[in-house]
Design a protein around this ligand. Structure first.
Ligand SMILES: NC(=O)c1ccc[n+]([C@@H]2O[C@H](COP(=O)([O-])OP(=O)(O)OC[C@H]3O[C@@H](n4cnc5c(N)ncnc54)[C@H](OP(=O)(O)O)[C@@H]3O)[C@@H](O)[C@H]2O)c1
Length: 272
């Protein structure tokens, strides 16, 4: 109970929640790519809870409302949604980074959390064009985001970039989704390449690899596919807490593997 003490205060009808900022990222500027997504929106919320200023990348202006809803209960004054239609277009991404630095200063942390999925048939029936398209969908936005954001990050030992990936790059989940594994593995390659480039100085480059089913807080999985059948769903806020922990504490080149069991052990604070 002690660990909740700073977040609770006595109230006549029991315990009342006070704004539970935990402040490990207080004053830090965090840029989150893929902020309208399941995982990205949960990360945005939990970074706000840690006191960060969050620039959240959306593709469309009408995604703002959804993100604000997802971030309910967090100090949203520190949330700065930013619309970039397609981050894999170099000119759009470069303009975004220029504007963020101009408006807010150097970037302390970046989270590359773009998602893609593919289940279009068995390997030998795919065209070269389809192969290229899948690679671009899975890895292209992470590549262009990293390419433009990394050089604009604060050169301080505390700064870091976190790539959010999935287990699909390691294991084929069904024969008709084989190219998803090709795309997922390409993303691992981008992380390793960035780690090699930044081996001798900041920012730290970390990977958070999820092997579990994650849904928006309080929601059931939307997809009924055989791949998710029987899997237990975990709140995106739990993943958000793991990501916040990684930004605050992970050392160089860390691979943080997030399994269902690991998420079972992640505490949601009162107010989360
Ligand atoms: N959710 C899970 O259960 C789960 C499990 C294991 C691993 N992961 C990993 O978590 C990461 C995020 O997945 P997710 O489930 O959160 O995916 P998601 O819900 O589909 O969200 C993906 C996000 O990326 C954005 N995006 C994709 N391409 C973009 C582009 N070219 N330019 C700008 N934005 C782009 C999407 O914007 P729009 O929505 O506007 O297209 C959306 O905000 C992925 O690496 C995934 O492998 C997720």
């Amino acid at each position: 109970m002690d660990q909740f003490a700073p977040y609770l205060e006595p109230h006549t009808s029991g315990l009342r929640v006070v704004v539970p900022t935990r402040d490990r990222l207080s004053g830090r500027l965090c840029v989150v790519g893929g902020a309208s997504g399941i995982v990205g929106s949960g990360i945005c919320r939990q970074l706000l809870m840690e006191g960060a200023k969050v620039v959240a990348l959306l593709r469309k202006p009408d995604q703002r409302e959804g993100l604000l809803k997802e971030c309910q209960g967090a100090p949203v004054d520190n949330l700065h949604p930013f619309v970039v239609e397609d981050v894999s277009h170099e000119d759009q991404c470069a303009a975004f980074v220029r504007e963020v630095v101009q408006q807010h200063g150097d970037i302390d942390h970046a989270v590359s959390c773009f998602g893609a999925w593919w289940q279009g048939g068995v390997l030998t029936e795919q065209s070269y064009e389809e192969f290229s398209r899948v690679l671009a969908n899975f890895a292209g936005s992470h590549f262009v985001f990293a390419k433009n954001v990394l050089p604009a990050m604060r050169k301080a030992p505390s700064s870091s970039m976190l790539f959010v990936t999935g287990g699909v790059g390691k294991r084929v989940l069904s024969a008709d989704s084989g190219l998803a594994t090709v795309g997922g593995a390409a993303l691992y390659g981008i992380v390793r390449a960035a780690q090699a480039q930044y081996a001798s100085g900041p920012p730290r480059i970390n990977e958070l690899r999820i092997y579990a089913l994650v849904t928006r807080h309080g929601e059931m999985p939307r997809s009924q596919s055989s791949i998710v059948e029987g899997l237990r769903a975990h709140s995106n806020r739990k993943v958000g807490n793991v990501a916040a922990e990684a930004l605050a504490t992970a050392v160089d080149d860390e691979l943080l593997e997030v399994t269902s069991e690991r998420l079972d052990g992640v505490m949601l604070m009162v107010g989360d």
